[in-house]
Design a protein around this ligand. Structure first.
Ligand SMILES: *[C@@H]1O[C@H](CO)[C@@H](O)[C@H](O)[C@H]1NC(C)=O
Ligand SMILES: *[C@@H]1O[C@H](CO)[C@@H](O)[C@H](O)[C@H]1NC(C)=O
Ligand SMILES: *[C@@H]1O[C@H](CO)[C@@H](O)[C@H](O)[C@H]1NC(C)=O
Ligand SMILES: *[C@@H]1O[C@H](CO)[C@@H](O)[C@H](O)[C@H]1NC(C)=O
Ligand SMILES: *[C@@H]1O[C@H](CO)[C@@H](O)[C@H](O)[C@H]1NC(C)=O
Ligand SMILES: *[C@@H]1O[C@H](CO)[C@@H](O)[C@H](O)[C@H]1NC(C)=O
Length: 420
């Protein structure tokens, strides 16, 4: 079936398929669907995408709030605040009623999803569970002396030892938990500067992209903001040498026009489109995840997703450790190869080294399904549409791209020949 697809593409597809295998067979939304008394909690779990975070965990306990308590919480707070309130109700351990009543020494601190945001000060990402006298089990913030104001009321559902759902009487709140910045009153520039992304902030302002990003904040926006060190790293091309069109494309490549918080990115099982992606595709990113770490791959480089600096549905702003370099702009080695001593009419394979690896998005697409044009066609007949941008920017680079395109055509022709 896929006999004329280069094996490197198959490999890339397999890598993607593997990295997407994060499902653990539970779905908190589906579990709660049959309990109308938790429908408001369930709806907020979906809106805030905390449900994705729960489903990506192997072992988890959800403390659910009945509708009255949940609507009281929701009425007074932004979605960003509600998201934090929901995260602290997700324990990263399995507690069924039996285990709750058998806590050694009658009291313990347990990690919650809120801890995984990296924003929890001190031990605030933990929850105190205490077996109070009289068989009552109570929950409260982990900070010493906190009131344990939230009572375990009943068991809802258990799937040992993957997910347990328990009802509690009221939210677990500590001072500051509900002060999450909200998108509505966010000054994007100030927020980025505060998070150590001054260069990125100034680039989006000077390029005019700030307006576009702000306009997207109503409908859906995810920003990957490289920190200031990222722009100084080795191998980052001189952005001053980019045309303004390419700079805009590069900045658009750091944005998605949809809401994709970190744990939603984790479950992306196909390349994700960025704002730079056009109707012809390209300029996409692939995602890999290991534990709580999420890494974005461009085909040229990879970058870890560092911190969440704003998460208010439908806006999410994440810092990244490296500038994301799209292959469509930077697929060539950044250091110019020494100029050939004489003009060679046709490229020899050694001229092409190091050729860019055939990484998902940069694969010269489309793979010709009909016999490809003979490789002797003129460079202008290059099938590599993505080289257009590079062409205007750097003619010697473009020549290399054409060489690669020609080599690809030769390879495709060889493959085609092998198939027939
Ligand atoms: C979880 O269940 C809901 C319906 O209850 C469904 O809409 C959703 O797609 C499911 N999620 C996954 C990841 O299967
Ligand atoms: C939990 O909170 C109670 C009441 O503040 C406190 O006595 C207990 O030591 C706390 N447990 C832990 C493990 O910190
Ligand atoms: C728990 O999760 C594992 C995979 O992590 C799965 O094999 C098992 O069937 C799950 N158990 C239940 C009761 O869903
Ligand atoms: C946003 O913050 C920046 C930097 O702190 C400031 O220069 C700018 O005036 C602010 N914009 C608005 C609309 O308040
Ligand atoms: C274009 O490529 C040449 C040789 O590869 C290099 O010397 C030059 O700096 C490049 N220019 C830009 C704008 O990248
Ligand atoms: C993708 O590109 C990176 C960096 O160029 C490389 O390390 C990696 O091996 C490539 N992966 C595949 C599947 O070609």
């Amino acid at each position: 079936m896929a006999k004329n697809v280069p094996s490197s593409l198959l490999l890339a597809a397999m890598v993607l398929a593997l990295s997407a295998a994060t499902t653990n067979g539970h779905n908190i939304t589906a579990i709660l669907d049959s309990f109308p008394e938790y429908s408001i909690y369930n709806s907020y779990m979906t809106q805030t995408k905390v449900a994705d975070e729960v489903n990506s965990r192997e072992t988890v306990t959800c403390l659910v709030l009945p509708n009255a308590a949940m609507s009281a919480l929701a009425a007074r707070h932004s979605l960003a605040a509600i998201k934090n309130a929901l995260r602290i109700l997700v324990l990263l351990d399995y507690y069924d009623p039996q285990k709750l009543h058998d806590i050694p020494q009658g009291t313990t601190l347990t990690t919650t999803l809120y801890q995984t945001t990296g924003n929890a000060p001190g031990n605030q990402g933990f929850v105190n569970i205490t077996d109070v006298r009289g068989g009552r089990v109570a929950f409260g913030p982990a900070s010493p002396g906190s009131k344990l104001a939230s009572d375990y009321t009943k068991s809802v559902r258990q799937m040992p030892y993957n997910i347990s759902v328990l009802e509690i009487s009221s939210p677990i709140v500590f001072p500051g938990l509900l002060d999450a910045p909200s998108a509505a009153d966010t000054n994007l520039t100030a927020l980025l500067e505060k998070a150590g992304c001054r260069t990125f902030a100034s680039l989006i302002a000077s390029s005019g992209m700030l307006k576009n990003f702000q306009a997207s904040m109503d409908k859906g926006l995810t920003l990957f903001a490289p920190n200031d060190e990222a722009f100084k790293a080795d191998g980052v091309p001189d952005l001053n040498s980019l045309s303004s069109a390419d700079l805009v494309t590069l900045l658009q490549y750091h944005a998605l026009s949809s809401y994709n918080p970190k744990d939603t990115l984790k479950s992306a099982n196909h390349p994700i489109s960025t704002m730079a992606t056009g109707s012809a595709g390209k300029f996409d990113l692939t995602v890999s995840a290991q534990g709580d770490d999420v890494t974005l791959h461009t085909g040229v480089d990879s970058s870890r997703v560092a911190n969440t600096i704003l998460d208010d549905t439908p806006v999410c702003i994440l810092t990244v450790d490296s500038v994301l370099l799209p292959v469509e702009l930077f697929g060539l080695p950044p250091a110019p190869a020494p100029a050939p001593s004489s003009l060679t009419p046709s490229p020899s394979p050694s001229d092409l080294a190091p050729a860019p690896s055939l990484n998902s998005s940069e694969a010269p697409s489309p793979i010709p399904l009909s016999p490809p044009a003979p490789p002797t066609s003129t460079p202008e007949g290059s099938p590599r549409g993505a080289s257009d941008k590079a062409d205007e920017k750097n003619s010697s680079g473009a020549a290399k791209l054409r060489s690669i395109a020609m080599l690809t055509a030769v390879a495709a022709a060889a493959l085609w020949a092998a198939v027939i």
